[in-house]
Design a protein around this ligand. Structure first.
Ligand code: GYE
Length: 306
């Protein structure tokens, strides 16, 4: 696949760079938009993409990466479902001289030489922005404000980091109390099911913080079924800002969203080319994002791409 060097992996691919990508799964609207971005960008950049969907299982990702190594792809990129447990397989890629690009989520490996770069969001910041908005909203509260939290996939970087950022920000007001926090695995079904339990166990819930739009959307069903009005009886804060989430925000069912951009494809292809050519790349590339109130969602919705 390489241009002119002694690579053996280029049979029948017209000299194209071959990129092996292991995706987390298809758990959310964010993930679907991310997959589309990667596939479209690869096609546009003339990169041959070998795409694998791991169905939210680390063992499947490790298997996919080993397959990519065996097939001698030029570059490997993946979005690690959880943060821990990657050292062995990353070492195998390094020994095979295949550069690895972490996409969207990072790993906790101490040896940073195991990957070229990490492109993605600052999840701690997203959690903090969500928390800061709530602190501002509730600054006049005279009594306790009960918060429930729907966490993302257990052990994933966005779940760990968003939880941390939100807890840090909301600590500014001792009235803000996180009374329950549990994983809904970043899915609508998970969000609905866990919210049902929260509502049963806690007579007074003032705020829901969901680590992504999809869990918030699932929770809407549970809240409505419990006879409460989402966005009014319960303030709802989420992360991502995919179209369905933005619609819920514009409709007054959500109250605030911290954006997390899934459109990582174009930059990833650029990095894959650079890594393949042995060019230096920055070790960390941070995605640019914003936040949305209900009015801002109304204004942004017509032009929202995903
Ligand atoms: O927020 C969530 C998805 O890793 C940033 O994964 C991503 C997260 C995103 O399932 O919706």
């Amino acid at each position: 696949a390489a241009c002119g060097n002694s690579d053996t992996g280029d049979a029948g691919n017209d000299g194209k760079i071959v990129l092996g990508f292991s995706q987390v799964g298809a758990e959310s609207g964010w993930r679907t938009a991310n997959t589309t971005s990667i596939k479209e960008s690869a096609a546009a950049a003339g990169i041959e993409l070998k795409f694998d969907d791991a169905q939210q299982k680390q063992e499947n990702q490790i298997k996919a990466i080993r397959n990519f190594i065996q097939q001698k792809v030029d570059v490997i990129a993946f979005s690690p479902v959880v943060e821990s447990g990657w050292d062995t397989v990353l070492k195998e890629a390094k020994d095979a001289d295949i550069p690895v690009i972490l996409t969207d989520r990072s790993v906790d490996s101490a040896d940073k030489s195991l990957y070229k770069t990490f492109i993605g969001s600052d999840f701690v910041k997203e959690g903090r922005l969500a928390g800061e908005w709530l602190v501002e909203q509730k600054k006049g509260a005279s009594g306790p404000v009960n918060i429930v939290e729907l966490q993302g996939t257990t052990g994933s970087a966005p779940a760990n980091d968003r939880k941390k950022g939100f807890a840090e920000a909301t600590a500014a007001n001792p009235n803000l109390k996180i009374i329950a926090s549990q994983s809904g695995d970043f899915t609508r079904a998970g969000g609905k099911q866990v919210m049902e339990q929260f509502l049963k166990a806690n007579p007074k819930i003032d705020v829901l913080f969901a680590h992504n739009d999809d869990m918030g959307l699932g929770a809407l069903e549970a809240i409505t079924a419990a006879g409460k009005v989402p966005g009014k009886d319960i303030t709802i804060i989420t992360i991502d800002a995919v179209k369905d989430g933005m619609q819920a925000l514009a409709d007054g069912k959500f109250n605030f969203i911290a954006e997390c951009s899934p459109l990582l494809g174009p930059q990833l292809m650029d990095l894959a080319k650079k890594a393949h050519d042995g060019e230096q790349v920055a070790p960390r590339i941070e995605t640019e994002e914003t936040t949305f109130t209900q009015d801002q969602a109304k204004a942004a919705l017509p032009n929202r791409k995903y």
